[in-house]
Design a protein around this ligand. Structure first.
Ligand code: SF4
Length: 422
């Protein structure tokens, strides 16, 4: 979402006579787009902001600004934290950036704009896509779910969906520009609803756009992933065989306390339905270790469910209390060392499962969208399979941007190796 928002901001600025620079040393304005989802993300960006401030000594007119979720969450407090920050602009106020920055060059000082606008969907703006082959397309913004640990609804406001015609037009144009793989984006794409058109219908329509070849979407909420969406996924040739579905916990009581709106059994049933409808599907997930009050038995249930489901990959995190959320106020916080210990157990388990999942691909032939020369060798190319696995193989650079069939010959925990067949 932040990558997509950075692309949106780049578009807003460049259509207002600003030039996007690739060289920080020669930039007159530095903008940090920030994440608030965990404390670690905020700490890191605060460190980065402090590091860049020394540039102001040699370039007095340099403006440094903060946008995104942390800007929305902290607002003026950021200026108290670092007096040299020039502007702070929240997630719904990006249209005002050109004016705010221009004013600052005329009247130096501090500007902050963090008013929530639950209607802002940036509908008439087209992001400048930073990649060459894969493009993000924001279909909705905000979230109504209020999972008890999550800061997103507070910093990104209520759910609103982009007009279907705008989305279809944007995707068609993206495809004409050469992007063949698009990812529909939203905090909860399954609750997309524009004047009665739901997510399944949107997927059906996107599948008909002839300028693109692959469709992905993130993020899906398990409580909203309908049978209709699963059916459309299995019937639509362009929808890739990959789904990211956040489990968070395998214990019903913890899930209730998280306000997730589903049970472990319900989640497991969705996975079964998905695998039945789309046998080649890769399922990835997010899991939190050490949520407040999580007992050893409850943690074990999460561990056991992960073992039973066997995700292709899992993003595992230790619980990070976010100020202002319900879970940060729970009295039964789990000590840091236990959170870490549980996290390590989940990582170890998933590493084994992922390796096995990748080894299971050996012998299969996969369609790979060739993206670049591999980092490790000039003779090798790297690209992604439909089920979102990075695949490396020998090949000529002229194939970059093409789709090739690759026979998988080897696998590590993260990467497939193979041989081009055509
Ligand atoms: S669904 Fe829950 S975890 Fe996801 S953004 Fe909304 S509140 Fe956060």
């Amino acid at each position: 979402m932040n990558v997509a928002d950075s692309e949106l901001v780049a578009s807003i600025l460049s259509t207002n006579n600003f030039k996007i620079s690739q060289d920080i040393d020669n930039s007159d304005i530095i903008i940090f787009n920030t994440c608030s989802v965990r404390q670690h993300a905020e700490d890191r960006v605060l460190g980065r902001i402090n590091n860049e401030m020394s540039r102001k000594q040699s370039k007095k007119d340099l403006k440094i600004g903060v946008i995104g979720c942390m800007a929305q969450r902290l607002g003026n407090k950021l200026n108290e934290y670092n007096r040299n920050i020039d502007f702070v602009v929240g997630t719904d106020q990006y249209r005002n950036l050109p004016e705010i920055i221009t004013n600052l060059f005329e009247n130096p000082g501090f500007e902050s704009e963090t008013i929530v606008n639950n209607k802002e969907i940036y509908e008439d703006l087209y992001p400048i896509h930073s990649g060459k082959f894969n493009a993000f397309v924001t279909i909705m913004r905000g979230c109504n779910n209020f999972c008890s640990y999550c800061i997103v609804p507070y910093v990104r406001g209520r759910e609103r969906s982009k007009a279907i015609d705008d989305i279809l037009k944007e995707i068609k144009t993206i495809g004409e520009k050469g992007f063949k793989d698009i990812t529909l984006l939203g905090q909860n794409v399954n609750s997309y609803n524009y004047e009665g058109v739901n997510f399944a219908e949107l997927l059906r329509k996107v599948n008909k756009i002839d300028t693109i070849r692959r469709i992905r979407f993130i993020t899906s909420h398990p409580k909203d992933l309908s049978d209709e969406v699963i059916k459309v996924m299995s019937n639509s040739e362009k929808v890739c065989e990959h789904l990211h579905l956040a489990l968070q916990s395998g214990d019903d009581e913890v899930l209730k306390k998280m306000n997730r709106g589903y049970t472990a059994e319900h989640f497991y049933k969705i996975v079964q339905k998905l695998r039945k409808a789309i046998p080649e599907i890769a399922i990835t997930t997010d899991v939190i270790a050490g949520f407040p009050g999580e007992t050893e038995e409850q943690f074990q249930r999460t561990y056991d469910l992960m073992k039973k489901i066997k995700f292709d990959y899992a993003f595992t995190f230790k619980f990070s209390p976010r100020e202002g959320t319900k879970a940060s106020k729970f009295k039964d916080q789990i000590p840091e060392e236990i959170r870490l210990e549980r996290l390590q157990k989940l990582i170890k388990l998933q590493e084994k499962i992922t390796l096995k999942k990748y080894k299971d691909q050996i012998g299969k032939t996969k369609e790979i969208y060739v993206e670049k020369v591999s980092k490790k060798s000039e003779d090798e190319l790297s690209g992604k399979s439909r089920d979102f696995k990075i695949t490396v193989f020998k090949g000529d650079k002229s194939l970059i941007g093409d789709f090739v069939n690759v026979k998988i010959t080897d696998a590590t925990g993260w990467t497939l190796k193979g041989k081009i067949l055509n």
